[in-house]
Design a protein around this ligand. Structure first.
Ligand code: ADP
Ligand code: MG
Ligand code: ZN
Length: 605
């Protein structure tokens, strides 16, 4: 994709007009006095002696005033004539003087060159830099410097062969299908008009960060043979009230002129937040949003302006933006499933040199829940790791290790655990894995390690799902909680003391138990009632509780009971298999890493 031009050049015109005016004033006042040849005032006797010395060139007589030069016509002198010297002219003639005009004005060419062309060069240079700055800062500067009108600053893209295409976006087939319909419409609006079908004016790409929303929009630009205006929501937010709205107006004006075209607003939640009647309202943002709403209503959809927008906070958007006629089509861009992850790994693996026998499936399985951006990062980490090891290409092992780097951080070889700590960590991790393996519903472990990581984890268990789960049964959730508590249970069973190492497990287990009761309706006591609502689902999710304080207390009690029940279950399982616990933990302590295969071998021995 290549940036063509900044559509707002108007302020530059003002700049050049001002530059010309400055030059004109300079030419009328300053330059002539500099350019005019220097004339020295001398006495009449100097004139006479120069004449008698034959050191005289041109002589011009104008009434009282005599202007003359020396023999070589290097300097110009001036003196006043004396009445009594009547044979002056004859004398000058006799001594080789040339009675003619002396031009003190500079030549035309020199004056144009010095007066106009030379001074223009710095002005042109400055103008060039201003334009570059404007293209970069996308119209921020013009308004600031000249205080008048100004562009939206949207960048215009035209498709080029090097651009991003749909093929570069792996997975996300539904999103691609919906978007290619839009591309198709822009190529051939007539086909749609013939049956009277109207295409949506706007489509909203929603999904968690790093799933390829921006990438998809760029791919649309690459596929569609139409101008593509791209602007980020934050660029509308300006210091001065009214500027944002002006930018929106300008953007749509340009889009209308260039139709058919695509307007892409990234991170639209910056301007599209719900307008709430709070006292501390943000006038500027509301004005910008109102202008956007008006513009989206205003343009004629059949002309072929399609507005794309992306956000990861759809629930914070103003409902007015989402109504039909504006962003009525919603395109979910979700985290990739197993097949999607494999495809994304493959797309990015094309950019690096890989060993021939690399199998992406186990990598994709380990990286459950990773976004496209994280997968791209994993592939790059693998390449970096290969370079560090001095290899020519990345191997399966590089990829496997880089998944763990992205999940848990780098290995922290410098941190030395004491013997006792290492033992505790080994039992803790095996506790998790053993509880998971003993409840047949839980996913088998893939790898356990007790090498500390830069994320602060002293050890961790990589679990692996065989497929993607969209539903989880109550039993599965309970087993999951039991697995979380398994680490702490093992510590208690073996060392009869507990450590701080389980804080993250406790948090996860509590969160899950609370969701089961207050959101999934999975307790007999409360049944089919939701007490909690989730907001911000794509950004980690915040839960807000809505119930009476009494209910809240009962929920808290229920959560405690539920987790404790699972803790006891885990403890029981570990007690029944204490021999295996010691055996596997001993192996892990010695080798620091144990694979899922080794783990199952010892367990089934
Ligand atoms: P966001 O959804 O936050 O806008 P981006 O589109 O900026 O995410 O994606 C960031 C990077 O992640 C992309 O540049 C690309 O390298 C990678 N990526 C994300 N999703 C995909 C995908 N589906 N296929 C290929 N690469 C992807
Ligand atoms: Mg983005
Ligand atoms: Zn743990």
């Amino acid at each position: 994709m290549q940036e063509v031009k900044n559509p707002s050049k108007r302020p530059l015109v003002y700049y050049y007009i001002i530059a010309m005016l400055i030059l004109m004033v300079l030419n009328m006042t300053f330059f002539p006095s500099v350019l005019e040849k220097k004339v020295q005032e001398v006495s009449y006797s100097t004139f006479m002696s120069m004449t008698l010395d034959d050191n005289i060139g041109k002589v011009q007589i104008e009434g009282e005033e005599i202007t003359f030069t020396d023999k070589n016509e290097e300097n110009i002198y001036k003196t006043t004539a004396i009445d009594s010297d009547s044979d002056m002219v004859q004398r000058v003639y006799d001594h080789g003087g040339d009675l003619s005009r002396i031009d003190t004005q500079p030549g035309l060419l020199t004056s144009i060159l010095v007066g106009w062309v030379l001074p223009l060069v710095p002005f042109l240079l400055i103008g060039y830099f201003i334009r570059k700055r404007m293209q970069k800062s996308m119209g921020g500067m013009d308004g600031m410097m000249f205080g008048m009108g100004g562009g939206s600053g949207a960048k215009v893209y035209v498709p080029s062969s090097s651009g991003i295409r749909f093929a570069d976006v792996a997975g996300e087939d539904e999103a691609k299908e919906l978007l290619s319909e839009i591309v198709d419409f822009l190529h051939d609006p007539g086909k749609y008009a013939a049956i009277g079908a109207k295409l949506p004016k706007g489509a909203l790409l929603v999904g968690p960060p790093g799933t390829g929303k921006t990438l998809l929009a760029k791919a649309v630009a690459g596929e569609a043979n139409v101008p593509f205006f791209s602007i980020a929501g934050s660029e509308f937010v300006e210091m001065f009230v009214g500027r944002g709205a002006a930018k929106v107006r300008d953007l749509f004006k340009q889009a209308n002129e260039k139709a058919p075209c695509i307007v892409f607003i990234d991170e639209i939640d910056t301007i599209g937040k719900k307008r709430d009647g709070q006292m501390m309202g943000n006038d500027e943002r509301e004005q910008t949003l109102n202008q956007l709403l008006t513009e989206m209503d205003g343009f004629d959809g059949s002309k072929g302006v399609v507005v794309l927008a992306a956000t990861n906070r759809p629930d914070s958007l103003d409902p007015a933006l989402l109504r039909p006629g504006r962003f009525d089509r919603r395109i979910p861009v979700e985290l990739p499933d197993l097949q999607g992850r494999i495809a994304i790994l493959k797309v990015h693996a094309k950019k690096i040199r890989l060993a021939e026998d690399v199998d992406f499936e186990p990598i994709a399985k380990t990286a459950a829940g990773a976004s496209g951006a994280e997968l791209a990062n994993i592939v790059n980490e693998a390449a970096l790791r290969a370079v560090r090891a001095g290899r020519q290409y990345a191997t399966q092992e590089d990829l496997q290790e880089s998944v763990e780097v992205v999940i848990a951080g780098y290995q922290k070889k410098s941190r030395v655990l004491s013997d006792q700590e290492k033992k505790i960590v080994a039992y803790h991790e095996v506790g998790h894995a053993l509880v998971a393996a003993l409840q047949n519903h839980s996913a088998p472990v893939q790898k356990i390690t007790i090498i500390p990581r830069t994320s602060g984890a002293l050890g961790y268990t990589l679990q692996v799902d065989d497929g993607d789960h969209f539903l989880m049964s109550k039993d599965e959730l309970l087993n999951k909680i039991a697995t979380y508590t398994g680490g702490r249970a093992a510590e208690e069973l073996v060392f009869h003391s507990i450590t701080t190492g389980a804080s993250n497990d406790i948090e996860q287990a509590t969160k899950l138990a609370r969701s089961m009761i207050s959101r999934f309706g999975m307790s007999e006591e409360f049944g089919f009632v939701a007490f909690e609502t989730m907001t911000n689902q794509y950004l980690g999710g915040d839960a807000s509780l809505a119930c009476s304080p009494e209910t809240q207390a009962r929920i808290d009690k229920k959560v405690t009971e539920l987790v404790d029940e699972q803790y006891q279950k885990a403890l029981g399982l570990l007690k029944d298999h204490e021999g295996k616990l010691h055996e596997i933990a001993g192996y892990l302590y010695e080798h620091e890493t144990i694979t899922g295969q080794e783990f199952m071998d010892i367990l089934n021995r």
